[in-house]
Design a protein around this ligand. Structure first.
Ligand SMILES: [Zn+2]
Length: 202
């Protein structure tokens, strides 16, 4: 027995979401089938609005504007940039309320198993961003996994090849307060806040 085409199409859509298999996708669709028209319309409107979200031209964070509110905030410390892999990591650091600098989102980590190479990350744009003479420190806040460590080594080497940037910019790394192999996104606020405060020069 098959579902009507409209239901199957929606199940197929949800099945493409990360971590969602056909069974969960089916549950999502059944849930929607039980909602009234108004709630479904609101859901559709919210999905549509996502189309207006773009990557911030300075830090790659999700933003409804060209430059995200963090990069626009002149009260933040313009001299410090924290490097993170994904927008979720930025959100985790923001939650600590301990950090007042700016960010740069790489868009992943170098991962040979997943075939993510340096070319897949926003590294060229990072080097360009670091040419801003206001920047005095880059804080590496990447996960303490093999991929995170490898990405730090790669980037440190790359930055050190640029004498103008490496003379002006201090490179630091958040302290190892995080569990080994810990993902930044899942670290609790206090641990993450302490790790940021205890950063060390590379
Ligand atoms: Zn931004």
């Amino acid at each position: 027995m098959f579902y009507p085409e409209d239901i199957q199409n929606l199940i197929d859509e949800f099945s493409q979401f990360p971590g969602v298999g056909p069974k969960t996708a089916q549950r999502f669709v059944f849930y929607l089938l039980k909602r009234d028209g108004f709630k479904i319309d609101r859901f559709i409107q919210n999905v549509k609005k996502i189309k207006n979200i773009h990557a911030c031209i300075k830090c790659n964070n999700f933003s409804g504007e060209k430059i995200c509110p963090i990069c626009q905030d002149s009260r933040r410390n313009q001299a410090v940039i924290t490097l993170v892999a994904e927008p979720q990591d930025l959100m985790a650091i923001e939650k600590t309320k301990d950090y007042q600098g700016l960010y740069y989102i790489l868009g992943g980590l170098i991962d040979t198993l997943k075939k993510t190479s340096a070319r897949d990350l926003k590294i060229k744009k990072l080097i360009k961003r670091l040419q801003d003479p206001e920047i005095k420190e880059v804080v590496f806040a990447l996960s303490s996994t093999l991929e995170g460590e490898g990405t730090v080594l790669y980037l440190v080497d790359l930055i050190k090849q640029n004498s103008e940037i490496s003379k002006r910019v201090k490179l630091t790394k958040i302290a190892r307060g995080l569990p080994l192999g810990g993902e930044i996104e899942y670290a609790d606020e206090i641990t993450l806040g302490e790790a940021l405060k205890g950063r060390k020069t590379i």
